[in-house]
Design a protein around this ligand. Structure first.
Ligand SMILES: Nc1ncnc2c1ncn2[C@@H]1O[C@H](COP(=O)(O)OP(=O)(O)OP(=O)(O)O)[C@@H](O)[C@H]1O
Length: 370
């Protein structure tokens, strides 16, 4: 998957920008606050996902402008394609000039993997970030997954509302059966899909971590369900277990007025030699864990759709020592890379690719590495 050309208008501090990209490395550099991350964020939006910085759509439009427009020519699935994203209150999109119902429908047509310093939260923070990572990754290779996720969230909201109402209207208790059955059916699919995805991801992540860290310690990943279910079982079997657990937990749910168990409470244990990476990992080890997860995600995407995603590395390389940087660059050959940094010299060893200097959201210079 390769981006050939991108046009950006009124997106964050980028008033107007048009750029032809190299098939290999693209180094976007410049001083702080010049629009490097904004550029990466613009590219990321073509995956159909929300901003990786957690920004609301409205925040993406340049101050004072009515809407932001993004356009991209890219090569994927063996042909040249064109995508458009507009942000005007909410995001809209078109693929090959055909309007889509929502920007999320771009998922699977253009794939990218992004890593920025904010992604350290994947290890540092609680389970929410890990669930977001796994859900976003699955959406890229299984676009229909988003519908299951949305349906689960909707049923969960309804069950939670019911739990609140039961406190005043005990006769509503009997209706819990219906919501538990619906919740269990979506929950089982989510749990099974996430656990299977993690099983595929683990060997790649372990190998990359070993490469980045020089085989010093072993990375472990494990899906930890809040329910007592065996993820190796089939979806109908998991559904039965989920239902049993939901029923057993009803008393507690009614007391706390929220659903305490389910995929919305699940976690992924990330360990180094068996110890929690969050509790015991150093800053460098935690960064290597996230990089390993992201690089493994690239491999899963390639295995599933037959081509590598575009790799977006925002302000990452400068924080790695020379050996780790070399390992990563070698490991990433054959993929289109967009990397940001403050100093072009961070990549002085590159023998191909281009560097683009940004200033005030504008392209100042374009130079080739040779
Ligand atoms: N909606 C917006 N409209 C206009 N400017 C915005 C908007 N949102 C953010 N900005 C501006 O974009 C700039 C930040 O850009 P960006 O995050 O891309 O910086 P950067 O080049 O990656 O910097 P650093 O090296 O510090 O990470 C800031 O000056 C900020 O004020």
């Amino acid at each position: 998957m390769k981006i050939n050309r991108i046009r950006i208008s009124d997106f964050r501090n980028i008033a107007s920008l048009e750029l032809e990209l190299s098939d290999g490395a693209n180094v976007v550099y410049g001083d702080n606050g010049q629009g490097k991350t904004n550029f990466v964020e613009a590219v990321w939006l073509f995956t159909g996902a929300k901003s990786f910085r957690g920004a609301k759509d409205g925040q993406l439009v340049r101050f004072g402008a009515p809407q932001a427009g993004l356009e991209m020519e890219f090569f994927a699935a063996g042909r040249d394609q064109h995508a458009r994203v507009t942000v005007e209150g909410r995001r809209g999109a078109a693929l090959n000039e055909i309007p889509l119902k929502s920007a999320a429908e771009l998922a699977g047509h253009f794939c990218a993997v992004v890593f920025s310093p904010t992604h350290l939260s994947l290890i540092k923070n609680g389970p929410l970030e890990k669930r977001k990572f796994i859900d976003t990754s699955i959406c890229q290779i299984k676009p229909k997954y988003i519908h299951i996720l949305n349906q689960y969230t909707r049923v969960l909201d309804q069950r939670n509302r019911l739990l609140k109402d039961i406190a005043y209207e005990t006769s509503l208790f009997d209706t819990l059966d219906v919501w538990d059955a619906r919740l269990a059916s979506f929950a089982a699919v989510l749990i099974k899909t996430r656990a299977s995805f993690l099983d595929r991801l683990s060997p790649f992540a372990r190998e990359t971590y070993a490469g980045i860290s020089g085989e010093k310690e072993a990375l472990g990943l494990e899906y930890q369900s809040s329910l007592r279910c065996d993820t190796a079982r089939s979806i109908p079997e998991i559904e039965e277990q989920v239902l049993e657990d939901l029923r057993a937990h009803r008393g507690e749910d009614i007391r706390s007025r929220v659903t305490g168990l389910g995929p919305h409470r699940d976690d992924i244990a990330v360990t180094l030699d068996g110890n929690s990476a969050r509790v015991f990992g150093s800053q460098g080890q935690q960064r290597s864990c996230v990089l390993a997860l992201k690089m493994a995600e690239c491999e899963i995407i390639r295995e599933t759709i037959g081509e590598y995603p575009v790799v977006l590395l925002d302000d990452v390389m400068s924080e790695l020592d020379a050996a780790r940087r070399d390992y990563l660059l070698n490991h990433l050959s054959g993929r289109q890379l967009i990397m940001t940094c403050c100093d072009r010299a961070d990549f002085k060893h590159l023998t191909s690719g281009v560097s683009v200097k940004l200033e005030g959201g504008r392209v100042l210079t374009i130079r080739k590495y040779e």
